[in-house]
Design a binder for this molecule. Structure first.
Ligand code: ASP
Length: 587
């Protein structure tokens, strides 16, 4: 399969079964070792590395070319596959049972000294990421990066096959489009032929996939490139890939079933067996027990508890200072007795950083209690919190909106420090019944929690006008080991309800018409019940590759400052191009 007119095999494909065969290879010089009489060349291509030996009986010109080879030059080799003597085998290398004795060796591509190393000892640190991104063509040659992108390819193919087998149709939607609200800013593309007008790059194919449902395609998917201009955090990229899907005549469980089929197939592709169906937990319960909407259920036993009633009579000043809607919530930490004073101080610091009041703590060792509020507790009082010998209670106080994120962070930090054994290695769950709106920090204005096409929970539609913030949505997230893998929802199909939601978001009827009139027109033309989902594919690939960053599974990613260092984008536009686009730069 890998054979062409210039080669018979890939370097990394050769095995003991090829012994005796004459082969033609092409690859990069990974390392070269000159042992005087014999030169060993590790020749590398995407399949791996093979050792090429140029010994004393090799033709003179081969020995000459081999001795002058520098790292990363490209050579073509003709030679014979030979079994290595038992004591020369290299179990670290898939090709380690054999080597190729070269009878012809031609340098077909010279290489300057590489700016960053490709061959690297396992213990050697990677070059600074800026350099890796700047010299991406070299960084991508590293076997780890090759493996990541090969896995990415396999995952994409598997997603495509799984959905196609489930009768989903792959349909492409436009890249030059109208804004899709997904909570970020749009990347705009100014029109040359229509002065002052812009296309937007899609934040997602959301509206188009709903239009496809109205048009009767009933199951759609796309490996969709999406663009969001947002403040970049460590795990975001301005352009990214979603496995985007939508289906008609479905309820939330049907969509979740399709997504589970895709996710379990992807995990299987990476060699992990995963059970279905995934657990379901409501947003409310997730916030109550884990302080977050992406709970890490590998450690579901370490859950937040409300201790307001249990500690009320103890007269702890730290708790009494906070009244009015404040609850005392905390974590009963099995084995928390092992936490040092310093550990707890650092956890309390984490709590403060996230805006909390700090942490109160008590730990028990034998009959001894210690900690910041230990003197207020008896063994029985601590026992009522579920804290036994060798355990600790960490507590904080305040309104839920403050304590939930604090306890989430403290919980994550505890897991990191105490490394308790996980109940299961792959903890998937569905977080369901999200609120329809969130109140915007600062203004308190309702903003949509998912996107404005999400249907309200049928039991809460009546609340839409009176108390919109109490209205739940048919919105669900897939969560894996504390990572959000994607979001989806059942959609609004009634134009009147869709208009009401836009009104709650502060859009005037004119704005609604101008921005979403085409969707409302389509919904009025006979819309089937429908819903969908989008898997954040880059994150899935990162998790399955065991990579530390999204940038390790994207061939040409942007930096956290949204720059492409390799090709140098964005770049100043030429004045004549700006003029053609009717743009004047004011800053
Ligand atoms: N369009 C949504 C998103 O990008 C996913 C969906 O609701 O299907 O998050």
């Amino acid at each position: 399969m890998s054979g062409t007119t210039r080669r018979t095999h890939r370097c990394g494909e050769l095995r003991a079964e090829h012994v005796g065969q004459l082969v033609k290879l092409g690859g990069w010089v990974h390392r070269r070792r000159d042992l005087g009489g014999i030169v060993f060349i590790d020749l590398r291509d995407r399949a791996g590395i093979v050792q090429v030996a140029v010994g004393p009986d090799a033709p003179e010109e081969v020995r000459r070319s081999a001795s002058g080879l520098t790292g990363e030059s490209v050579v073509e080799v003709f030679g014979k596959v030979v079994a290595r003597p038992a004591d020369m085998k290299n179990p670290e290398l898939a090709t380690g049972d054999i080597e190729v004795h070269a009878t012809k060796l031609v340098k077909v591509g010279s290489a300057v000294t590489p700016e960053i190393p490709v061959a690297r000892a396992k213990s050697e640190e990677l070059p600074a990421e800026e350099l890796r991104l700047k010299y991406r063509h070299l960084d991508l040659r590293r076997p780890e990066m090759q493996a990541n992108l090969i896995l990415r390819h396999r995952l994409l193919q598997r997603a495509r096959k799984t959905l196609s087998d489930l009768e989903f149709l792959e349909i492409e939607t436009p890249i030059l489009t109208k804004p899709t609200p997904e909570g970020a800013r749009d990347y705009l593309v100014p029109s040359r032929v229509h002065p002052g007008e812009c296309y937007a790059l899609p934040q997602s194919p959301q509206i188009y996939k709903q239009l496809l449902m109205v048009s009767g395609f009933d199951r759609y998917f796309q490996l969709a490139r999406c663009f969001r201009d947002e403040d970049l955090r460590y795990d975001r990229q301005p352009e990214f890939t979603q496995i985007d899907l939508e289906a008609s005549f479905v309820g939330a469980e049907d969509v979740q079933g399709f997504v589970e089929a895709v996710l379990t197939a992807l995990w299987d592709e990476a060699g992990h067996a995963v059970e279905r169906p995934f657990r379901r937990i409501t947003w409310q319960e997730s916030m109550e027990r884990y302080g977050t909407d992406k709970p890490d259920l590998r450690y579901e036993g370490l859950a937040i508890v409300d201790w307001t009633a249990q500690v009320e009579s103890l007269g702890v000043p730290f708790f009494a200072a906070h009244k009015d809607g404040a609850r005392v919530r905390g974590l009963a930490v099995k084995g928390g007795g092992a936490l040092s004073r310093k550990d707890v101080d650092q956890l309390a610091e984490t709590a403060k950083q996230f805006g909390g009041a700090g942490l109160a703590w008590v730990k028990r060792q034998g009959d001894q209690l210690s900690g910041s509020v230990a003197k207020h507790f008896s063994l029985e009082a601590l026992g009522r919190l579920g804290v036994g010998d060798g355990d600790a209670a960490l507590m904080t106080v305040g309104p839920d909106r403050v304590t939930s994120p604090v306890l989430d962070k403290v919980r994550q930090e505890l897991i990191r420090r105490l490394a308790p054994p996980p109940a299961r290695p792959h903890a998937f769950c569905w977080v369901v019944d999200f609120p329809l709106f969130e109140s915007e920090p600062g203004t308190g204005r309702p903003v949509f929690a998912h996107h404005p096409f999400t249907a309200p929970h049928p039991e809460d539609v009546a609340k839409l006008d009176r108390e919109p913030l109490a209205c739940r949505a048919l919105h669900y997230d897939a969560v894996y080991n504390g990572h959000e893998l994607g979001s989806g929802s059942i959609r609004i199909t009634e134009p009147a309800l869709q208009r009401t939601v836009f009104r709650h978001l502060g859009l005037s009827p004119q704005e609604t018409e101008a921005r979403f009139g085409f969707l409302l027109t389509a919904l009025a033309a006979g819309a089937p019940p429908h819903g969908g989902f989008a898997v954040g594919f880059d994150r899935v690939a990162m998790l399955l590759a065991g990579a530390g960053s999204l940038r390790d599974v994207i061939a040409f990613p942007k930096t956290t400052a949204a720059r492409a260092l390799f090709e140098g984008a964005p770049a100043p536009a030429r004045p004549e191009d700006l003029a053609a686009l009717h743009i004047q730069v004011t800053a």
